[in-house]
Design a protein around this ligand. Structure first.
Ligand code: AHR
Length: 326
C-alpha cells in the first residue's frame, strides 16, 4: 500500500464493493486486505463480458483485494480516464481490458512513471514498448481462429463440398480477438481452394449488430448465397440465427461457426442450430489475482498467460456432460 488515502479507499472498497470477506482460503492463497486493484472493464457487450466481470469481482473477493472497477461502455476515452483515476489514487496494480489495440502508450507511460504495474486482461495492445505492461492474461485468439478453420476443413470433407462461400461477421474493429480470430482462420483455410470468404462485415461483438449484419448479407447475396457463417462471438451468432431462422430458402446444411461457448450457444449446438463452438473462457479472474499477488509480493511473473481451450463441434458426443457453456 502506498499512501494513507489509498488505505482508507481500500477498506471502503473491500466493505462496499467486494463485501467483507476476511481471510478466505480459496486457492489456498494468503489474502492481503490492503491491496487495491484498479480495473477498467471495456463494456458489457456480451454474456462473455458479463461473465468476465463477475469472474474478476469474485476473484478479488476470494483474494481479499479491494477492486476499484470502472466500466467504459465501449469507449476508449473512458478507459483512459479510468486508468488516470487509478494512477491518481495510487492503486497497487492496474488491470484493464483494452477495447482496441492502439492509442494506449501515453497513459501507460504515466502508469509506468507512477511505478504502478499494468496487467492487460483479455485483450492486447499494439505498442513498440513492451515495458508499458507487465503481463497479459487472456486467450490465444489466433489459435481460436485456427480451430474454427480446422473444423471447417473437416466439415467440408464430411459434406463432400467442392466449393464453400463464407461470410464472416467480425468483432470490434482494431481489437485483438477480431484481428487474430480472422488471421488464424484465414491462415488455415486460404491454403484450400474450396473456400472463398465473399464478405467480412463488422458486428462489433453485439447481438443487435449480428442481426443487422445477417439482414444485410441476406439482402446482398440472397438466402442461398453463402454456405458458411463464421462469426467472431456467440452474441453476434445468436443474433444472426434469429434472422436466418425466419428466412425462407436458407440451405439446411448451412455451416455456422461461432466463438466463446456461452450456454445459449452450446445449447444451440446441441439443438443442431450451430455446428461448431470454439471456446474462449471468460474466467480469467483467478489468474489475474494470482499475478497481482505475485507482483505485490515483489515476485517476477510470466509475461503471457493463456488458458487452455478447445472446441465443441457436431462431430463430438454432445451428450457428454463436459459439453457445457458458461
Ligand atoms: O475479447 C473477448 C471477446 O469480447 C469475446 O469473444 C466477446 O464475446 C467479447 O465481447
Amino acid at each position: 500500500m502506498r499512501k494513507g488515502i489509498a488505505m482508507i479507499l481500500a477498506l471502503a472498497l473491500l466493505l462496499g464493493l467486494t463485501g467483507c470477506s476476511g481471510k478466505q482460503e480459496t486457492e489456498k492463497e494468503k489474502d492481503d486486505s490492503s491491496i487495491v486493484v484498479g480495473f477498467s472493464q471495456l463494456g458489457a457487450e456480451s454474456s462473455w463480458r458479463i461473465a468476465n466481470t463477475a469472474s474478476m469481482e469474485q476473484a478479488a473477493k476470494d483474494f481479499g483485494y479491494g477492486l476499484m472497477m470502472e466500466n467504459a461502455n465501449q469507449k476508449q476515452e473512458k478507459q483512459i480516464d479510468a486508468i488516470r483515476s487509478f494512477i491518481a489514487y495510487q492503486v497497487d496494480v492496474i488491470v484493464f481490458s483494452p477495447i482496441v489495440e492502439t492509442g494506449w502508450d501515453n497513459v501507460l507511460k504515466e502508469a509506468k512513471q507512477a511505478g504502478i504495474p499494468v496487467i492487460l486482461m483479455d485483450r492486447m495492445i499494439n505498442t513498440q514498448d513492451d515495458s508499458l505492461y507487465t503481463a497479459y492474461v487472456g486467450a490465444d485468439f489466433y489459435a481460436e481462429g485456427r480451430r474454427a478453420g480446422e473444423y471447417l476443413i473437416r466439415k467440408a470433407d464430411a459434406l463432400e463440398k467442392a466449393q464453400m462461400r463464407i461470410v464472416e461477421i467480425c468483432g470490434t474493429a482494431d481489437s485483438t480477438p477480431m484481428r487474430d480470430r480472422q488471421q488464424g482462420f484465414m491462415d488455415v483455410i486460404s491454403q484450400d481452394s474450396r473456400f472463398t470468404v465473399i464478405d467480412s462485415v463488422d458486428g462489433d461483438f453485439l447481438r443487435s449488430k449480428g442481426e443487422e449484419c445477417m439482414r444485410d448479407l441476406l439482402a446482398k447475396y440472397g438466402s442461398d448465397g453463402f454456405d458458411v457463417v463464421y462469426s467472431h462471438n456467440d452474441a453476434m451468432t445468436l443474433g444472426a440465427l434469429d434472422v436466418l431462422e425466419k428466412t425462407e430458402g436458407v440451405p439446411k446444411d448451412l455451416v455456422v461457426i461461432t466463438v466463446d461457448g456461452e450456454k445459449d450457444a452450446v445449447d444451440a449446438l446441441k439443438a443442431g442450430r450451430i455446428n461448431c463452438v470454439v471456446q474462449c473462457t471468460p474466467n480469467l479472474g483467478i489468474s489475474v489475482m494470482r499475478l497481482v499477488k505475485e507482483l505485490t509480493e515483489g515476485r517476477g511473473v510470466l509475461k503471457t498467460y493463456s488458458p487452455e481451450e478447445g472446441a465443441f463441434t457436431d462431430f463430438d458426443d454432445l451428450t457428454d456432460p463436459r459439453v457445457e457453456g458458461f
